[in-house]
Write a protein that binds this ligand. Structure first.
Ligand code: ADP
Ligand code: ADP
Ligand code: MG
Length: 666
């Protein structure tokens, strides 16, 4: 076995690999850019080597820098993680030339599968079912239109070198094919340095279900069941689970066997993933093979008990697989939520900045519940614009799907992230959605369920009442403390009133509170009483309460006369006022926010790529105004309504901050 390995990656995946190496008694070397000087993976590793400036193209993607770090530290093997150099056959070759093991598949397999066009042809030859489409390259937009018509709309326009949902567009008609071809080509060129495009049929009612495979260098190859990854936004996975609620044993086996057949066809070894698109009738079609450890591998580990990173290291060291196909079972259910630094309330645009507060729920393992959080960040650290916006992968396991979901709901409620925009409320909303809980999702789930974007969720009245009662009890605790601090009271808790009006989610509920040493009983004037107990103290941003013996977790923040409370995807202003204050408030005038409807504000920090209109030009609703690049994605900003451009404040090449006024309309 190796004595020392180098991890050519950063963030959560570098930390993840270090954990398994450490368990196996292998020393670890981290590499880092200037932006990652204080990163978690650097701290966790036994040694760390600086490899250059923040942009990945000048550090993590520079082979020679990584090779230098290997030479300098004497590492015997390199784990590439995912992304970066993980699917670069030249990197694996360069390591081989130095007699260093690549913890991944053989170069030939990476090469064969690295390209979507080539791999599709190979899969078809290996007897794997593939998506109908045109397997050649497409030269220009008019040819794209012609081929799309031949295949028949809707079609999927894809970059042959694509990955991570980038360089991909659905087209339903000629115009979209033309436009999609161009934007896929641009995105592919800037993300992968390879702008080859192909087109295939868009499978409707699609579910993304993928098979984990594991092979060794002695000719053994097995499949480790599936992961369902249908909850996607912009073809990027957001929530994954294992097993899939949609597969039956027969389909699972057929997919597993085809995945292994394809792996064998390219002499695959190490961990890999064969992705399929599955239609409503359980027909499945090969999409692509990822020749690396997959982001969502933890859910497979949780249901099979197999440490995939450990297996990859063993295989790279030449060991035979110690697991046979018959040893692989499915134990319980696992779910992964990807926490992204993106603001769900602003159309999920990337958010960067300092993690003022970062407190994940405690990881733990028991017979009925597992909470696992794979992360690469820490409180006080920075989410920079240079890398992937993923903050953490929160995984839960339970004996069945419902239990895994319930554990996830509570874990998300407990997860504290402050300082940057994040998608926790959105993840919570999905966990509570009846279609999700019924397991009835396709890759269109997010677009169908949130057609106008995400604007928070409306909680059912019963849940609002539980929150209202909690707010009343917490407010009372706070009032008593405030009174003590200001000296207006010496321990006579009676002086804090017992009649209040709680305003929450459009309701104004008069309540009375009866408190004792253990907690408070909150009685609603229109009926119903809630017993609230908790050890919450004023100033604590996380409240874990018991409301009528049921757990309630909420993030709380003090505001004048109440709290901002966040719970299960809802973000609420809860006011706790005396009946007199409540009456007076009815006569106050609400402050009106400034009118920004006649401006195009920059929704995220980024770089202006191009401006598509001129001052004085009339625009139609939906017309492209400009393109802003952020986190390697091109974001097309469109006119929200018909109008005339009065003033343009930015030109191509300008750096933009959030809320910068890009354009003004008449
Ligand atoms: P990437 O390399 O970006 O992961 P994939 O080819 O694996 O690209 O596709 C990513 C996602 O895009 C899939 O999970 C699926 O949701 C969607 N997708 C890709 N191809 C098709 C298709 N032909 N029909 C329907 N959806 C597709
Ligand atoms: P999956 O492994 O599930 O297919 P994704 O497709 O979402 O996951 O992400 C993997 C791809 O996204 C990589 O191939 C890479 O293009 C990009 N990516 C994601 N995270 C990172 C990262 N930390 N560093 C570099 N690239 C990343
Ligand atoms: Mg994919």
């Amino acid at each position: 076995m190796f004595k020392k390995i180098l991890i050519a990656n950063r963030g959560e995946i570098a930390c993840r690999v270090i954990k398994s190496a450490r368990k196996m008694g292998i020393a670890t070397v981290a590499v880092y850019s200037d932006a990652d000087k204080n990163a978690l993976h650097v701290e966790m590793a036994d040694e760390a080597v600086h490899i250059g400036p923040p942009p990945a193209s000048e550090s993590y993607l520079v082979m020679e820098r990584i090779l230098d770090a290997v030479r300098q530290t004497g590492a015997e093997a390199v784990h590439p993680g995912y992304g970066f150099l993980s699917e670069n056959p030249r990197f694996a070759e360069a390591l081989a030339a130095e007699n260093v093991a690549f913890i991944g598949p053989p170069t030939g397999a990476i090469q064969a599968m690295g390209d979507k066009i080539t791999s599709k042809k190979l899969a078809a030859e290996a007897g794997v079912s593939t998506v109908p489409g045109y397997m050649g390259l497409i030269e220009d937009a008019e040819e794209a239109v012609k081929i799309s018509r031949e295949i028949g709309y809707p079609v999927m326009i894809k970059a042959s070198a694509g990955g991570g949902g980038k360089g991909m567009r659905i087209a339903w008609n000629d115009d979209e094919a033309r436009e999609g071809f161009q934007s896929s080509k641009n995105e592919a060129a800037s993300s992968f340095g390879d702008d080859r495009i192909f087109i295939e049929k868009f499978i409707t009612q699609p579910r993304h279900i993928e098979i984990q495979v594991l092979g060794d260098t002695h000719g053994n190859c097995i499949w480790l069941n599936e992961r369902e990854c249908s909850i996607q936004r912009r073809n990027q996975k957001v929530i994954e689970e294992a097993p899939s609620p949609f597969l039956d044993a027969e389909t699972r086996r057929a997919m597993g066997e085809q995945a292994v057949a394809l792996s064998r066809a390219v002499d695959y070894s190490s961990a890999g993933t064969v992705e399929f698109i599955v239609d409503g009738a359980r027909n499945f079609y090969f999409l692509e093979m990822n020749t690396r450890l997959q982001v969502e591998h933890p859910v497979t580990e949780l249901i099979t008990g197999i440490d995939l990173v450990e297996q990859m290291i063993r295989v790279a060291a030449g060991e035979k697989l110690s697991i046979a196909q018959a040893d692989v079972g499915i134990n319980g259910w696992a779910i992964e939520s990807r926490l992204y630094a993106e603001d769900p309330y602003r159309n999920f645009l990337p958010s960067i900045g300092r993690l003022v507060r970062y407190r994940p729920p405690a990881e733990h393992v028991s017979d009925t519940e597992i909470i696992r959080n794979d992360t690469g960040v820490y409180e006080g650290g920075e989410i920079s614009m240079f890398y992937d916006p993923m903050i953490a992968k929160l995984c839960t396991w339970g004996p069945d799907r419902a239990a895994a979901i319930e554990t996830m709901r509570n874990a998300l409620d407990e997860f504290e992230v402050e300082g940057i925009g994040h998608n926790i409320p959105f993840l919570s909303a999905v966990m509570d959605h009846p279609k999700f809980t019924a397991g009835e999702m396709t890759t269109a789930f997010i677009d169908e369920v949130f057609p106008d974007g995400f604007n928070g969720v409306e909680l059912p009245e019963a849940e609002l009442r539980r929150l209202a009662a909690s707010a009343a009890a917490m407010y009372r605790v706070q009032e008593i403390r405030d009174a003590r601090i200001s000296g207006t009271m010496d321990n006579h808790e009676r002086e804090v009133g017992s009649d209040w009006v709680i305003s929450i989610g459009g309701n104004d509920w008069p309540v009375t509170i009866e408190a004792d040493r253990q907690g408070a009983t909150v009685k609603f004037a229109d009926g119903g009483a809630y017993r609230v107990t908790s050890d919450w103290l004023p100033g604590n941003p996380l409240a874990i309460l018991s409301v009528n013996d049921e757990r309630l977790v909420a993030k709380v923040e003090r505001i004048p006369n109440g709290f901002r409370m966040r719970h299960r995807g809802a973000d609420l202003r809860v006011l706790v006022r005396t009946p007199r204050m409540f009456e007076l408030s009815k006569h106050m005038i609400e402050k009106i926010p400034p009118d920004t409807s006649k401006m195009l504000l920059c929704p995220m920090p980024g770089l202006m790529v191009s401006v598509a209109v001129e001052e004085g030009q009339a625009v139609e609703e939906g017309q492209i105004l400009c393109t802003v690049e952020a986190m390697k994605m091109e974001n097309v900003l469109r006119a929200e309504r018909k109008g005339v451009v009065a003033k343009i404040n930015a030109v191509a090449g300008d750096s933009l901050a959030v809320d910068d006024v890009i354009m003004e309309f008449e």
